[in-house]
Design a binder for this molecule. Structure first.
Ligand SMILES: Cc1cc2nc3c(=O)[nH]c(=O)nc-3n(C[C@H](O)[C@H](O)[C@H](O)COP(=O)(O)OP(=O)(O)OC[C@H]3O[C@@H](n4cnc5c(N)ncnc54)[C@H](O)[C@@H]3O)c2cc1C
Length: 491
């Protein structure tokens, strides 16, 4: 069996040498730095669960490509059943981690690469698809963690890519030779790449003829020469850096959520890892198919898992405060459940209505309308759930003292007495649950939910392109038997 144990995963990271910078310093060891360690832990958990008899039906599957059991996060969906399992895995990992599953962007990029490479080969006579399959087989056999990178710095959005004064604001080919290509530029906001083995890269800013040097998709080891990670740093990072004990934090093991800018300073990519190079007519398809897949993930699966955590914390606080029979609190909890289940329903519908795209490719992608609706719905639903959690949690969510006060003999008794709500629950537990709600409502997850898989305007534009308003108009014409210049009555 190809699957690595969590210990083997951690060991495998030791042989990689990613160049990582955070908070003005080089991170010498991502396994030891407290913030980068959270990503190692999250990825490690995905190896743990794939072998755990309780969860392996969600986190692993049979891959016909290598005829073996593989981690689900490396499998390209070949049926709507696979898409449903993919959705279930997204919710499961999110609720277990309480943060990002850093492997989902790579997983979704595999779907886009498989379908678009297949199509390009058929239409253009290129030979990308067999190369991609060989790469995917290697990933599955070695059980590698793969991150995904699409988002670029970009220049002024009202200018064409080729008119930007700095040509490297989109990742660009600077050299092609018999062995491969050399690329320069950057990708931004990239989730967890420094603690993965591989990074798959998709194009973002190539739209038209003339932009061939930006029409790029490839895979690279995360520690390839010339790759540099410049990590985010937030108040939550500082808190983790300086905490006496990780138990004080809102998510002790897995943290907030970690991204970095990935700089490509003349990085060499051999031809066998290049899956798109210059075919501008297909760059948009890579983006659209990735977005279609990722919107189901971000909209209808992982946020459902996040909401499970938030709802659980609110229910505990309701009990600590003796509010079990208060109708407006129960009403708020019900509203949260409805928002969560609407999210789940959209994700499931996107999976169940998925189709082979393009026909004949063997690759199944979620339904475009339901995937976009899932993401649009969750953008507002997630803010609303956080607002309701803030209401139930009360001011303590943001005014709570440090858990360290419980070890300070001078004030320990005051904190224990006055933050107990008169309940039997240990004050430490009460403060920890409030800290978890602080972690959600006053952290990065609101904006992250909004922007992950693209801001709302991107989903609205896509819906306007695909929704069949003509059909709806015809229903009204039929109902009213409307007659027009070139139309007889319809009954
Ligand atoms: C926590 C987090 C994790 C992420 N992880 C990944 C990852 O792993 N891999 C990855 O590739 N990406 C990742 N992303 C990137 C994410 O997909 C982008 O943030 C998202 O697509 C928005 O792009 P942007 O941040 O550049 O914002 P912008 O594109 O700058 O959007 C800001 C605003 O400008 C508007 N706008 C932008 N361009 C135009 C235009 N041309 N016309 C009209 N309006 C416009 C938008 O509608 C929006 O209102 C992540 C983002 C976050 C927040």
């Amino acid at each position: 069996m190809a699957l690595m144990t969590p210990e083997q995963f951690e060991e495998s990271l030791k042989s990689l040498r990613p160049r990582v910078y955070m908070n003005g310093k080089k991170v010498d060891n991502i396994l030891e730095n407290r913030n980068t360690r959270t990503v190692v832990e999250a990825n490690k958990a995905s190896y743990e669960w794939a072998l755990d008899p309780r969860y392996k039906h969600i986190m692993s599957c049979h891959s016909p490509l290598v005829d073996d059991v593989v981690n689900r996060y490396t499998h390209v969906s070949a049926s709507t059943d696979d898409l449903v399992k993919k959705a279930e895995a997204g919710t499961f990992t999110a609720e277990m981690l309480g943060t990002c599953i850093y492997r989902c962007v790579g997983y979704d990029a595999f779907h886009s690469l498989a379908s678009t490479c297949w199509e390009m080969d058929r239409k253009l006579g290129t030979e990308y698809y067999p190369k991609f399959l060989e790469y995917l087989k290697m990933v599955q056999r070695k059980d590698l963690s793969v991150a995904g990178a699409l988002t670029e710095p970009r220049g002024k959005r009202n200018q064409k890519t080729i008119d930007w004064p700095d040509p490297y604001l989109s990742l660009k080919v600077v050299e092609k030779n018999k062995d491969g290509i050399v690329v320069r530029g950057a990708k931004i906001n990239i989730s967890g790449a420094f603690a993965s083995h591989e990074l798959v890269v998709l194009p973002q800013s190539s739209h038209a003829p003339g932009e061939e040097d930006y029409a790029l998709a490839f895979a690279t080891p995360t520690d390839a020469e010339g790759i540099i990670y410049i990590c985010q740093y937030s108040p939550y990072s500082a808190e983790r850096d300086t905490a006496d004990s990780l138990e004080e934090l809102g998510n002790p093991r897995f943290g907030q959520r970690e991204t970095s800018m990935v700089v490509f300073n003349n990085v060499f990519v051999p031809w066998d890892r290049v899956f798109h190079c210059g075919e501008t007519a297909y760059s948009g398809k890579f983006v659209a198919r990735f977005a279609k897949t990722h919107r189901m993930t971000c909209g209808g699966t992982c946020k459902v898992g996040f909401m499970n955590q938030i709802i659980g914390a609110c229910k505990l606080i309701q009990e600590y405060k003796g509010l079990e029979k208060v109708s407006h609190v129960n009403d708020q909890l019900t509203e949260m459940v409805v928002l969560r289940e609407t999210g789940r329903a959209c994700g499931m519908a996107a999976a169940m209505k998925g189709t082979e795209d393009p026909p004949g490719s063997g690759v199944y992608l979620p339904d475009e309308v339901m995937g976009n609706v899932a993401k649009l719905n969750i953008c507002n639903a997630f803010w609303r759930v956080m607002a309701l959690a803030g209401d139930i949690g009360g001011g303590l969510v943001v005014t709570m003292p440090s858990l360290k006060e419980l070890s300070n003999p001078e004030i320990k008794d005051y904190v224990t007495e006055f933050y107990s709500f008169g309940s039997d629950e240990p004050t430490e537990n009460i403060l920890k649950v409030h800290k978890l709600i602080q972690h959600w409502t006053a952290g990065q997850h609101g904006v992250a939910t909004w922007h992950g898989a693209g801001p709302v305007m991107a989903q609205k534009i896509m819906l306007q392109r695909v929704v069949d308003f003509e059909r709806d108009k015809n229903l009204v014409r039929q109902t009213l038997n409307l007659k027009g210049k070139d139309r007889e009555g319809t009954t």
